[in-house]
Design a protein around this ligand. Structure first.
Ligand SMILES: C[S@@+](CC[C@H](N)C(=O)[O-])C[C@H]1O[C@@H](n2cnc3c(N)ncnc32)[C@H](O)[C@@H]1O
Length: 176
């Protein structure tokens, strides 16, 4: 459907993070067909709610079916159609244990700023595909945004960062 799912190693890392945090509230940007969402839901507390944002209603319809087929209770997945940059500002300050960004790399700077606001202390930000920008010769908007976010996260003294070599690079950062 033109939305490559998170890799199986990245999904394992997401499930691990959600379980370690005993996450009750997770926000994801880039529902896709629900592959990463299902891993997050499997790691979260049994009554935890995943808020997942995507611009494409067809992708979200497939994800909704995948969650239902996997036995996820309907109230555990809140699917919001829209652009991450428009939806994230409407979400509650400090209300989330974990944020996973896997959409619109050019908007990662907004996801970072909003993510720091949305996380509770001890919560974790996760940005997928950050190694896609590793080559400094790449000057396109997406690569530049990924490099900028990686630098901001590294230098932000509110965050403790770690780059995991899963998929195309999963940058995680705990909010202290
Ligand atoms: C790489 S796929 C996500 C895959 C998903 N995380 C998974 O593992 O199944 C990227 C998704 O981001 C969505 N998307 C693209 N631009 C977006 C934006 N500005 N805001 C929210 N979602 C967006 C696409 O429709 C697509 O479904």
């Amino acid at each position: 459907m033109g939305c490559p799912p998170a890799s199986s190693a990245t999904c394992a890392a997401l499930r691990f993070l959600a379980a370690a945090l005993q996450a009750k509230a997770v926000v994801e940007i880039g529902t896709g067909t629900g592959v990463s969402g299902l891993s997050l839901l499997r790691g979260m507390a049994p009554d935890g709610v995943l808020t997942s944002i995507d611009v494409d209603p067809e992708h979200q319809a497939v994800a909704k079916r995948a969650f239902s087929d996997a036995g996820v209770a309907p109230g555990r997945a809140r699917l919001i159609m829209g652009r991450g940059v428009d939806v994230l500002p409407r979400l509650t300050d400090g209300g989330y244990d974990l944020m996973f960004a896997d959409a619109a790399k050019a908007d990662y700077l907004t996801y970072y700023a909003q993510g720091v606001r949305l996380l509770r202390p001890g919560g974790v930000l996760a940005f997928d595909d950050v190694n896609a920008a590793a080559d400094p010769a790449r000057r396109d908007v997406e690569s530049t945004a990924l490099r900028d976010v990686a630098k901001l996260v590294r230098e932000d003294d509110r965050l403790v960062p770690l780059l995991l070599p899963t998929g195309d690079g999963l940058l995680v950062a705990a909010k202290i």
